[in-house]
Design a protein around this ligand. Structure first.
Ligand code: ADP
Length: 381
């Protein structure tokens, strides 16, 4: 396998036309610094913020061209907004990672212990505690692909390391990630006591995910009310207790479903995960506003994929425009919890079913999560 260089990548990227099919993205100066590690190529493309959604095909084209190169294992391509100092960018954005949102559909097969979609939702303002659970922390992001699930599991593990009893609910019905993140691929929770479900357990965490109940490869279209009902049942009809903390990996977005969820259970607070890009920050801001609106305290903002330390040289690269989330938190007067670097191992380890906190306990990554867990723990007394 040949060793590719950033010049090789740049040459390939000349094949990708600019936003209006004029020239190419390299000549237009839209491509960031390119970082390559272990066959994985990281870079971003600058686009006008209001055109982010429309230009998703451009991002995909760039990713495809680079991934087709000999010697490239993966390309992690993100769209970054042009700096205009504006706060009114459009809602949609793209991420440093392949989006795993609604496109990945799942099915409930007859015979599986799928949650019934019958229970009426609770009225607005009615927050019922969950049996045996002292604290509920939501981990949320305005959009998919920013590392919300990765953050949720590593944070849950770091909290468990502090001696707390911790559960993790993967409430991302559209794209459940917990089976992959834990390697619990073919295990199904047991139904007990009538309608109750037992959690699965791994790494000392109690776990539940739609991915444990359904077959990922078969399609099923979820509609908003069904999503809410399924999530509500995961909260109410799973034997969670006794737990000090239940970490809820929220569905991505800040729409009605997220709002309802935030209204249904008494949350100790929410942690907002964002990448440093302007586009992601717009969504993070919406997340802060949404939780604030329903009286859920913001425990803080985490900037994920904040910067990159080259494993070989130790040199730091700010390819994604590090620092944006800290400024945003400061601006919104909510705590800033920390900056998590982009670590090329994270994805591989996650895919192999071992979160980085477990696989590399001495890593910067694990230490940073431990520090964030300490900060969060002070909210849990
Ligand atoms: P979300 O829950 O926001 O959709 P995920 O946690 O699934 O995002 O992360 C999206 C992808 O990015 C995954 O492949 C994950 O392994 C990778 N990833 C997340 N955080 C990091 C990081 N700090 N460094 C490198 N890769 C990361």
């Amino acid at each position: 396998m040949s060793n590719i260089t950033s010049d090789d990548v740049v040459d390939e990227l000349r094949k990708v036309k600019g936003p209006d099919f004029e020239s190419d993205i390299v000549s237009l100066g839209l491509v960031s610094e390119i970082f390559i590690s272990d066959g994985k190529v990281f870079f971003s493309i600058t686009v006008p913020d209001e055109r982010a959604q429309e230009l998703e095909p451009l991002r995909q084209a760039a990713q495809k061209v680079v991934e087709a190169m000999d010697g490239v294992k993966a390309a992690i391509v993100t769209l970054t907004a042009e700096k205009k100092g504006s706060a009114n960018a459009t809602e949609t954005a793209n991420s440093a990672a392949p989006h795993k949102g609604p496109a990945k559909r799942i099915v409930v097969e007859p015979g599986h212990a799928a949650p019934k979609i019958a229970r009426a939702s609770h009225g607005i303002g009615e927050k019922m505690p969950i049996d045996g659970v002292k604290h509920i922390i939501a981990v949320a992001s305005g959009k998919g692909g920013v590392g919300k699930s990765t953050t949720a599991i590593n944070l849950a593990l770091a909290l468990a390391d502090k001696g707390l009893k911790v559960g993790l609910l993967d409430a991302d019905i559209y794209g459940p990630s917990l089976p992959r993140l834990t390697g619990l691929i073919n295990q199904r929770p047991r139904a007990v006591e009538g309608n109750k479900l037992e959690t699965l357990e791994k790494f000392g965490l109690k776990l539940m995910s739609m991915g444990f109940l359904v077959d990922e490869d078969r399609p099923m279209v979820w509609r908003g009310p069904m999503v809410m009902s399924a999530v509500t049942q995961f909260l109410r009809d799973v034997l969670w207790g006794p737990l000090d903390v239940l970490v809820v990996d929220m569905p991505p977005g800040t729409g009605d479903a997220q709002l309802t969820l935030a209204q249904q259970v008494p949350m100790t607070g929410a942690v907002i995960v964002s990448t440093p890009q302007d586009l992601a920050l717009v969504d993070a801001r919406k997340g802060i506003e949404m939780f604030t609106k329903v009286g859920v305290p913001i425990l803080g903002v985490i900037e994920n994929m904040s910067y990159f330390i080259a494993p070989d040289t130790g040199k730091r690269y700010d390819i994604f425009g590090h620092g944006g989330a800290r400024n945003e938190a400061h601006h919104r007067q909510v705590p800033f919890l920390g900056e998590i670097p982009l670590d090329p191992d994270v994805r591989a380890l996650s895919d192999a079913g071992t979160p980085v906190y477990i696989a590399k306990p001495q890593s910067t990554f694990a230490k940073l999560y431990s520090e964030i867990a300490d900060r969060l723990k002070s909210n849990l007394l």
